[in-house]
Ligand binder design. Sequence first.
Ligand code: FAD
Ligand code: NAP
Length: 317
Amino acid sequence: MAETRHSKVLIIGSGPAGYTAAVYSARAMLKPILVQGLQPGGQLTITTEVENWPGDTHVQGPDLMVRMEEHARAMGAEIVTDYITSLDLSVRPFVAHADSGTTFTADAVILATGAQARWLGLPSEEKFKGFGVSACATCDGFFYRGKEVVVIGGGNTAVEEALFLTNFASKVTLIHRRDTLRAEKILQDRLFAHPKVEMAWHSVVEEVLGTEGPLGVTGVRVKDMRDGSERVIPCDGFFVAIGHTPASELVKDQLELHSDGYGKVEAGGTRTSVPGVFAAGDLTDHVYRQAITSAGMGCMAALDAERWLAGIDSAHF
Ligand code: FAD
Ligand code: NAP
C-alpha cells in the first residue's frame, strides 16, 4: 500500500542548497525529510575539479556532494531517493506526491530544485542527443578520445567543458556568439593558452550535421553573426553549454515566479509568495548561481522555516 510520510520540513532537492538546508533544519531538531530527485547531489556531480569551495583548494564535485550528503545524514536528516512529481501548496499540511507512490506531507517546504541544462532548441540537436550531442563533458568526454569536438557557450561551464575535453579530444573548438567570454578570467587564460583549443567568435550553430545509419555527428553548420556567412566545422561530438533554466515546473502555477522562471523570494531572504514555502539556490538565483551561494541560501531557508514554524512571523526576524 502507498505510504504517507509527514515531516515538519520537507526539502526538495539534493544540491548544495538542499543538503545545507537539511544540516541546519536537522540541527534545529526539525527532523527534515529530503527528497533527492533524479540527480542526487545536483549539478556538481557532473563536473570534475571544483576550485572555489572554501576550505578545499581542489575537490572533485561528486566527492564534495557525497560529503554533504553524509553530513546531512549525520545531523539526523532523512534522505530519500525519490522524485517529487506533484506538489500542492494550496492545502495544509502541504502535499507532495513522489514517483514511488509515497505521499509526503509537510508543515513547511524548502524548494531547492536547482536548474537544468539549456538546449539550443534545434531539431537536429534533438535528433542527435545521445548520438554525438551532449550537455555533459564529464559524462561523455571519454567517448571522444583522439576525435574532434565542438563546444558552444561563453560562460564558466562552456570553458570548463572545453578544457576538460582537451584530455581526450585531438581538437576542441569553442563557438561563442560574441567576441568576449563571460567566464572567469583564470579559466579564460587557461583556455586561450591551450594548444588544442580553437575559438570560433561571433558564431552561432544553425544545424548539427550527421549520419543516419548509425546515427552520429559529423559536424556543425555555423553562421558568422557579422556577415551572415556560413561554414561547416567538422566534429564527432557537439557539447551544448549555454546555461541553465530554473527547475520551477513543480510550482509554476502556485508561486510567484520571475518572467524567466526563477522563483521569487523576498529581498534578502528565502520566503516565497506562499507562507511556509521557502526557496533556495539556483532555483531562485539568476545572478550568482554558485555552490557556495546556493549553500548559503539553503542555510537561510532552514533558518527562515524554523522561525516560521515557531510562529515567529516577522517581516524582520
Ligand atoms: P542543483 O545542484 O541544481 O540541484 C538541484 C537538485 O534538485 C538535484 O538534486 C535534483 O535531483 C533535485 N530536483 C529537481 N527537481 C526535483 C524534483 N521534482 N523532486 C526531487 N528533487 C528534484 N559552482 C561553483 O561554485 N563552483 C564550480 O566549480 C561549479 N562548477 C560547475 C560545473 C558545471 C558543469 C555546472 C553545470 C555547474 C557548476 N557550478 C559550480 C554551479 C553549481 O553547480 C550550482 O550553482 C549549484 O549546484 C546549485 O545548487 P542547488 O542546490 O541550487 O541545485
Ligand atoms: P551562463 O553563465 O549563463 O553562460 C551561458 C553562456 O551561453 C553565455 O556565454 C551565453 O552567451 C551563451 N548562450 C546562451 N544562450 C545561447 C544560445 N541560444 N546560443 C548561443 N549561446 C548562448 O551559464 P553557465 O556557464 O552554465 O554558468 C551558470 C552558472 O554556474 C554561472 O553563475 C557560473 O558562474 C556557474 N558556474 C561556475 C563555475 C565555476 O565557478 N568554476 C563553473 C561552471 C558554472 P552571452 O555571453 O552572449 O550571453
